[in-house]
Design a protein around this ligand. Structure first.
Ligand code: BDR
Ligand code: CA
Length: 309
């Protein structure tokens, strides 16, 4: 079976890390590159986290550092959610690899050029790197099969009443992606806030007993603590839904919509507007089989076996 070639672009981040864990064990995906972006923390911190996560998970593809700031806006981080390191919680192994000498846009371009089949980009942070790639290498667009991203929300935001964090950090980048004509799969807050993993699930994950299971259970606990204080009954695993879209689309309910990004509004900058007054540009996930998703998570950590891979 031919695996789907993917580039993982994110700002890890607890939920990015869990998304990459799902990608690493899926027999359907082949990870060709990992690229960091600034978002949850500075580019230095998210890059270091990306390398530590890949070391833990046994991901051996090239890892490149991404853009240090959004295309036009000043950087914005989320230490209240992910801590000062951007990935607070369990101790992680130090990076076992060197950082790629190319920066993210050039590594992505190289992977696209060299791939015989179009590559899927999984974007789980602000879309700065992806937009920069499209601006720098428009000729490579046909080599991008689709972009599966976590970002936005048709019904509401989380960082402001109207905007979700990933889109709010770099609305100009998201606007470029949305208008790119590349097939998009959007996993926004509409679905990701339903992808709740409860404390009882954390224990199912921990009970698997291997190193990855212990780390993932600790990440879940850390990530939940912020959301528990806001009244959530579980940890909303935003970023993993962008991977579920590729490996278990049967768990999702979606609708094709035209999604546009507000880049100018005083109150609504970063909002994603979904409508059917123009041709659809995105498959927008709106619902998820929560129990199936929780079971997938437990299965995935179990796939790491008894020992760290
Ligand atoms: C998004 O913001 C980040 O904090 C998470 O990693 C996720 O990508 C949710 O709004
Ligand atoms: Ca993220």
């Amino acid at each position: 079976m031919n695996r789907i070639p993917v580039i993982l672009d994110g700002d890890p981040g607890h939920d990015d890390a869990i998304a990459w864990m799902l990608a690493a064990v899926s027999p359907l995906l082949e990870i060709r590159a990992v690229t960091s972006v600034c978002g949850n923390q500075t580019i230095e911190k998210t890059t270091y986290n990306a390398m530590r996560i890949c070391t833990l998970l046994g991901i051996t593809c090239p890892i490149a550092m991404g853009k240090p700031a959004p295309l036009m806006a000043p950087p914005m981080n989320a230490p209240s959610v992910h801590g000062q390191s951007g990935l607070d919680g369990p101790k992680l192994p130090e990076p076992a690899m060197e950082l790629c000498e190319l920066r993210s846009v050039e590594l992505m371009a190289q992977v696209l050029r060299e791939s015989e089949t179009p590559v899927t980009i999984v974007a789980t942070g602000p879309q700065t790197n992806v937009a920069a790639l499209l601006l720098a290498h428009p000729e490579l667009k046909p080599k991008i099969r689709q972009i599966s991203f976590m970002g936005g929300g048709i019904a509401h935001g989380n960082w402001t009443p109207a905007a979700e964090f990933n889109i709010l950090v770099d609305p100009e980048a998201a606007d470029i992606v949305m208008r790119s004509g590349i097939p998009l799969i959007m996993s926004g807050l509409d679905v990701t806030e339903k992808a709740l993993i409860y404390p009882a699930d954390f224990e199912r994950v921990r009970a698997v007993g291997n190193e990855v299971a212990r780390v993932v259970a600790d990440w879940l606990e850390f990530f939940y603590e912020f959301h528990r204080r806001l009244g959530y009954p579980g940890a909303p695993l935003h970023d993993p839904v962008a991977v579920v879209s590729l490996i278990r689309p049967d768990l999702l309910i979606s609708k094709d919509l035209c999604v546009e990004v507000e880049t100018k509004g005083e109150y609504c900058r970063g909002a994603t507007i979904g409508h059917d007054r123009a041709p659809a540009n995105a498959r927008v996930n709106l619902g998820i089989d929560r129990d199936g998703f929780a079971a997938l998570l437990v299965e995935a950590v179990a796939a790491f076996g008894e020992e760290k891979r």
